[in-house]
Design a protein around this ligand. Structure first.
Ligand code: ZN
Ligand code: ZN
Ligand code: ZN
Length: 388
């Protein structure tokens, strides 16, 4: 189909260069940085369990099971990864393995024993958010008096500032998501279900280099008024406003973008008005990005535009979230988050208006903080595209 107006931003993306694999030295630097940041935050150390923190710091991504795996980072000692003996080979094959020591435990022995030497201070330890309660409670009872704090609370900036290599990956993931959007505008919408369009989005993300699809939101008509509607069996009809929000991981880093489209020409005047308000809110929040301003300021700027237009009560979602080795992570762009923006941070700006029973509009880009302002990693047109 042809877009409703001339649109120079919806050109095909040139082939992105292949990314270089991370080296043991890269992981060594990350481990050092994390240990230093923990000490600066008043923590006695970090306990990192399988998930995004461990993947970021070591490149090791075991399946999460009831068997304990944990990385212990404490100032003045080598990083120590405790693993089940039967998984030791996998851990040794991790790209970051030369940068840490490995201790293993066999089935039938105490999995937490090796950790005891690294725990015991009166200061709290930062622990990965997703640590199983089973393991955390066992560590707590193994070391009486030990205290733990979730990393989102204790060290929200652990993975927030990206280096050049991470930025290249996030940029490439954003470009692949942008190309997914350009191509989804070409598929038929009318008479198909949200699930059909969602399947197209997932197939495009994979075709364009993603290894994992995290979400494919197709919120048509009244479903668009629920910001967390995914996709369902509703059949799309002419006159629908449709929120599209999709993303996943490409080369280990996340994409996440939203655009709102309209099925058929002649959108209702209120759809056009709301879309314009959201577009202005998104633009204003983007223009506010610069080092030194607080995360909550990004939310305030977007919210002020929507409130001034009379839709404040319908902006029921935060303005944004961090992104990196996961598609949603701290810090968040929301009232109360006083963390200041730092060059290299990457996060979403995704204001929306959600009118119950009618429709929703959301426009979302990933933005990175530069030395002087912000740079978008999503660059497709933010006009209301017409689909058929
Ligand atoms: Zn959400
Ligand atoms: Zn999104
Ligand atoms: Zn998002």
């Amino acid at each position: 189909m042809t877009p409703p107006q001339p649109d120079t931003t919806n050109r095909p993306t040139p082939q992105a260069p292949a990314v270089e694999p991370l080296t043991a030295e890269d992981f060594g630097r990350r481990l050092e940085r994390a240990t230093t940041a923990a000490a600066e935050a008043g923590l006695a150390g970090l306990v990192i369990t399988p998930g995004p923190d461990l993947a970021h710091l070591t490149g090791y991504q075991p399946v999460r099971t009831e068997r304990f795996t944990g990385l212990f980072l404490t100032p003045g000692a080598d990083p120590l990864l405790v693993v089940p003996t039967l998984e030791r080979g996998d851990a040794e094959a991790a790209p970051g393995a030369p940068a840490f020591r490995i201790a293993d435990w066999t089935d039938g022995t105490d999995p937490y024993r090796a950790a005891l030497a690294r725990l015991g201070s009166n200061a709290p330890y930062g622990v990965s958010d997703g640590t199983w309660a089973l393991h955390l409670l066992a560590l707590q009872s193994a070391v009486p008096g030990s205290r733990f704090a979730a990393l989102t609370d204790a060290l929200p900036m652990l993975r927030a500032v990206k280096d050049a290599d991470e930025l290249a990956r996030l940029t490439a993931a954003g470009a692949a998501a942008d190309e997914t959007y350009r191509r989804i505008l070409q598929v038929p919408f009318a008479g198909r279900t949200e699930d059909d369009i969602a399947a197209d989005l997932a197939a495009l993300l994979l075709e364009l280099g993603h290894s994992q699809v995290d979400f494919t939101v197709v919120g048509s008509g009244p479903n668009g008024a629920n910001p967390h509607h995914e996709a369902g069996g509703r059949t799309l009809v002419t006159g629908d406003t449709v929120v599209l929000d999709f993303g996943g991981l490409k080369d280990g880093y996340g994409s996440d973008t939203s655009r709102t489209v309209h099925l058929g020409p002649d959108p209702d005047p209120e759809v056009l008005r709301v879309h314009e308000v959201v577009r202005h809110a998104q633009q204003a929040a983007f223009e506010a990005v610069r080092p030194g301003i607080a995360c909550q300021e990004i939310d305030r700027v977007a919210r002020a535009v929507i409130e001034e237009a009379g839709y404040g009560a319908y902006f029921i979602h935060r303005t944004g979230h961090g992104i990196g080795v996961t598609t949603h992570e701290p810090p968040y762009m929301i009232e109360g988050e006083q963390q200041e923006l730092v060059p290299g941070m990457c996060f979403s700006i995704e204001p929306g208006v959600y009118l119950p029973g009618r429709f929703g509009v959301r426009i979302e880009d990933i933005v990175t903080v530069t030395e002087t302002g912000g740079r978008r990693l999503n660059n497709t047109s933010r006009d209301l595209a017409i689909v058929h």
